[in-house]
Design a protein around this ligand. Structure first.
Ligand code: NAP
Length: 300
């Protein structure tokens, strides 16, 4: 990543500067050390010459021997050098060091923060793609039986009895979540066995025996995230709202027109594609001809 290399390079250059600083300090100390030895040597020599030979020249300063003057000058230079190396520069050096340490720590903190953020982003992307994969395989299915004129019920009850359709319904929904409106739940004798019954109502204190009660379709679907094929089983009001959320419709089309008060929504061919159909004729057990039709939502 571009930012990573850039920041790593910056840190490397700061580390190099610190090494260079350390080298400079060694050179300065070595220089002072040499200066000290040479100065001491010269001072001792001049004092020794002066003392051994009692050598006096014409040159005096404030009535002082030349060797004392030279020694004093060398001593002053030595002290200045000492102060420079061990007092001023050490002091400055510490400031420099701590300043640069702070800089390095700050840079490292930024780097760690960026790494953390990129990890968070990666984790988020991973979670999102996992969620997408899971939901790609998820198949929210509307299951309904509707007459040619889309009637599905009258007086909160079904209108026809088609045994093969009931078997079809049972086979498909067995082991899955069945999501229904409060009125449909009240139209059946009891919660459907071998399925997880989910009832949708706006009532906050509604109790449905053998079923989970939720207050919206979205909550119902969120409840069955572990089910790869939750079924929306009616009635009319719930079907209308679920059309936008569903991926598939398992429709039993009863080839007859009926009087009724509840309707299945119109299936728009632009949105839905018929992918499978099985026709059943009228017979001894079935008063009406019907077809099982599967629709899949077209990819937008
Ligand atoms: N032929 C078939 O395949 C089939 C299948 C199922 C049902 N049916 C028939 O359909 C009829 C029942 O359908 P219906 O349309 O009258 O009623 P419904 O859809 O079963 O239930 C409607 C109720 O659901 C709740 N509800 C709806 N939308 C909601 C939302 N967004 N948030 C929270 N709660 C919501 C409300 O309950 P509250 O009033 O308690 O708030 C509303 O009164 C019956 O005749 C039944 O036999 C036919």
């Amino acid at each position: 990543m571009f930012w990573k290399n850039k920041s790593e390079n910056k840190i490397d250059s700061q580390q190099l500067a610190m090494i260079e600083h350390a080298r400079k300090r060694i050179r300065q100390k070595r220089g002072f050390h040499n200066h000290f030895i040479i100065s001491i040597f010269l001072i001792v020599c001049s004092l020794l010459v002066n003392f051994l030979f009692n050598y006096q020249s014409e040159f005096t300063l404030f009535n002082t021997s030349w060797s004392y003057v030279i020694s004093a000058i060398l001593g002053v230079i030595l002290v200045i050098h000492f102060l420079k190396v061990y007092v001023f520069y050490t002091f400055m050096g510490k400031v420099w060091e701590s300043k640069h340490m702070e800089f390095l720590i700050e840079k490292q903190a930024i780097k760690v923060e960026k790494l953390k953020r990129s990890m968070d982003k990666e984790a988020l992307l991973k979670a999102q793609s996992e969620w997408n994969n899971e939901n790609q395989n998820r198949n929210v299915t509307i299951i309904a039986a509707a007459a040619e004129n889309n009637v599905i019920g009258r007086n909160n009850d079904l209108i026809w009895h088609l045994s093969d359709d009931l078997k079809h319904f049972k086979n498909l929904t067995k082991g899955h979540h069945v999501i229904m409106g409060r009125k449909t739940f009240e139209s059946i004798p009891k919660a459907l066995p071998n399925r997880t019954n989910v009832v949708i109502t706006r009532q906050k204190d509604y109790f449905a025996e053998g079923a989970i009660v939720v207050n919206s379709i979205e909550s119902a679907l969120a409840l069955c995230l572990d089910d790869n094929r939750p079924f929306i089983i009616g009635g009319g009001e719930i079907y209308r709202q679920a059309m936008a959320l569903a991926d598939c419709i398992e429709l039993t089309r009863v080839h007859e027109n009926f009087e009724g008060d509840t309707f299945f929504p119109n299936i728009d061919n632009v949105v839905w594609q018929e992918v499978w159909r099985e026709n059943h004729d009228k017979d001894d057990k079935h008063n009406y001809a019907f077809s099982f039709i599967r629709y899949k939502k077209r990819k937008q």
